[in-house]
Every structure is written in C-alpha cells, then in structure tokens.
Design a binder for this molecule. Structure first.
Ligand code: NAD
Length: 321
C-alpha cells in the first residue's frame, strides 16, 4: 500500500496493444496510482483510457488513468516507450528500424525537455537500438535508461524448459542474452533446475527424452516463439506486459532481482557504445548493477556476434545521434 504523498505515476507512450496491456498489468498488480497514456492517435488513447478506467472500477486500489502530454513526464517515476506499431507477419524486428527512428527522436526530445528524471523502460522494437538511442538522448544514468531486451526471451526459455522437464517454471533458472531478436542466445552454462545444472539433472535418468533440452533446439524454439504468435494474431502483448510490470515492481519494491535487460555497455564484456541484454540487478534506481558474469568462450563469441549484428543494422541510425 502506498503512503499518501508517495504516489507512483507512470507515463506510457504508445497506447496500442502493448502500451494499453502494460497499463492493465500494472493496474491488476496495484503497482501505480496514476497512469498517463500518450499517443499520436489521440482518439485511440482516449478510447484506451475509457476502457482501462472501466477496468479500474473492479480494482480495489484507487487508480487514475488519463490521457496527457509530455509535461506529464516531469514528475513521473517511469516512462514506458511502446510507441510504434505491431510487427507484421513475416517481418523481423530489425525491419522496423527505419519506421521506429522517425517517431523515436521527437519522443526522446520531448521526454528530455520535460525534465524527466525517472526510469525509462523501452519496449518498442528493435528494442536494443531504441534503448541505445534513448540512452544517448535522455542525459540520464544508464541504470535509468534500459530496455526489456531478452527478459521476454528468457521467460519463453523458462517456459520451454519447464514444459520439457515437467519442473515448475518458478524453479527454472535460465537467461537468454544478446539481441532481442534473431541473434538472441541462451546462456547455456547457467541453466539450472532449482540449482541443479542440466547435465547433472539428466544424469539422474528421470528424463526420458533429452533431445528437447539440446541448446540449439531450445534456441530455435525460443527465437521462433514471437514470430509464431505474430503469425497467428498479428502482435504480441501479454508476455511483454507482464515483463514490464515485473520490472516496475522490482524497482518500486527494491526487490534486487537478477534479470537480463538491454543496457548501455561501457567496456563490460569487451563491448562499448551499444545496448544489449546482459544480466543486471534491478531495484531502487533501476538496473543499478550490470553483472559481468563468467561466460564460456563460445558464449562470449555469441554475445560479440549479437553486438555486431546490432551494430550492423543500427550503425547509421546511431551514428547520427
Ligand atoms: P500498436 O500499433 O498496437 O500500437 C503502437 C501505438 O504507438 C499506436 O497507437 C500508434 O499510434 C502509437 N505511436 C506511433 N508513433 C507514436 C509517437 N510518435 N508518439 C506516440 N505514439 C505513437 O503496436 P503494439 O503492438 O502496441 O507494439 C508497440 C511496439 O512494441 C512495437 O514496436 C512492437 O514491436 C513492440 N513490442 C516489443 C516487444 C518486446 O519484447 N520488446 C514485445 C511486443 C511488442
């Protein structure tokens, strides 16, 4: 329960499927007191607000949901960037770069000029480039400007491992790292089932089919998940919104959780000037600690390849900033 005078305000930029579902997830968890939706399509933002405000009637906590403008960022604790449009079937996240950059620069300028000093969480794709762009534009510490990155891929990975082993998702520890996209990879040497490494678990002989825990198979299934969802319903929204709400909760409650997020690197893992997903600790203040964990030589090469892939398609867009 929040104390009077300690209200939590969040601005969501982009009132589409993702932005509105983020609002719904935050409301359901009773995490914030005030949600402001901004969208170039003012009619859509108003309609989403009306729908969410109807939802608020069924929630015990008093929550104000409204439309607003960029001045609202000045005293917000969080800004969530979900502006853009859903990925089209057959389209990769990288293909969205040109369209995204057109709207992103004015958004960044408006946030900065509002005097925003809170935590910015990027969701818009390609999320690693969007995060790096915002980091360069917002003039805030990198702990306060990060993207959801492979947090969603990691949730998908834990779901897969749970499905194949029958062990509860909550007892699966598994991270995907690198680009949120085609070059995301599994930190394979780290996967544990309640602390037990996968090879040791398999040696117990209780798992009849071991092929589905093969890393290349898991990687393929994990990477294809978003594409399959987009092919079937034209977008994804629920998984990512739960990820965003989890990050907001971790910060508001100072949970000190470890999770992969897309963060600006300054020499960690030998990479600089790029935002990409690596393990972070999240609590008060945002992604306050970047963990430089021990990767195998192969994993380090995959992280570097992922960074190179991002540099390859984002280079020109980022060079202009
Ligand atoms: P959508 O088309 O439903 O909504 C996007 C909204 O952004 C629209 O209402 C549009 O009017 C608005 N918008 C566009 N330009 C704007 C601007 N300059 N200022 C304010 N609003 C603007 O799309 P969606 O399904 O909600 O997806 C939004 C973004 O989230 C996409 O980039 C999508 O790829 C991304 N996404 C990311 C993840 C992830 O894991 N990072 C997961 C799902 C979706």
């Amino acid at each position: 329960m929040n104390l009077p005078g300690n209200k939590h305000k969040i601005v969501i930029i982009g009132a589409g499927f993702v932005g509105s579902q983020c609002a719904a997830s935050l409301m359901t968890l009773g995490l914030v007191d005030e949600i402001v939706l901004l969208d170039v399509n003012a009619e859509r933002a108003r309609a989403q607000v009306m729908d969410l405000d109807d939802m608020a009637s069924g929630i015990p906590q008093r929550i104000m949901v409204r439309t607003g403008d960029y001045d609202d960022c000045s005293d917000a604790e969080f800004v969530i960037i979900a502006a853009g449009r859903s990925r089209r079937p057959g389209q990769s996240r990288r293909d969205m770069l040109a369209d995204t950059m057109v709207s992103l620069l004015p958004i960044a300028k408006n946030i900065r000029e509002s005097g925003f000093s809170g935590v910015s969480i990027s969701v818009t794709n390609p999320v690693d480039v969007v995060t790096e762009c915002l980091y360069r534009q917002l003039e805030l510490p990198r702990s306060q400007v990060f993207g959801t990155g492979t947090a969603l891929d990691s949730a998908r990975l834990r779901r897969l491992v749970s499905e194949y082993t029958g062990i509860s998702r909550g007892q699966v520890q598994a991270f995907a790292l690198g680009e949120h996209g085609e070059s995301a990879f599994i930190w394979g040497s780290h996967i544990r089932l309640e602390g037990i490494p996968i090879p040791e678990y398999l040696s117990l002989g209780i798992q009849s089919d071991t092929s589905c825990l093969d890393l290349s198979y898991l990687t393929q299934r994990m990477r294809q998940r978003g594409t399959h969802i987009v092919a079937g319903k034209g977008r994804t929204e629920y998984g990512i919104s739960t990820v965003v709400a989890g990050i907001v909760a971790a910060i508001l409650h100072d949970e000190q959780i470890m999770m992969p997020l897309s963060v600006h690197l300054e020499g960690e893992y030998g990479e600089s000037g790029i935002s990409v997903s690596v393990p972070c600790i999240v609590g008060t203040g945002g992604a306050h600690t970047i963990l430089e964990v021990q990767l195998t030589e192969e994993e380090r090469a995959m992280l570097h390849a992922s960074c190179e892939a991002i540099r390859g398609y984002a280079g020109k867009a980022l060079d202009r900033l």
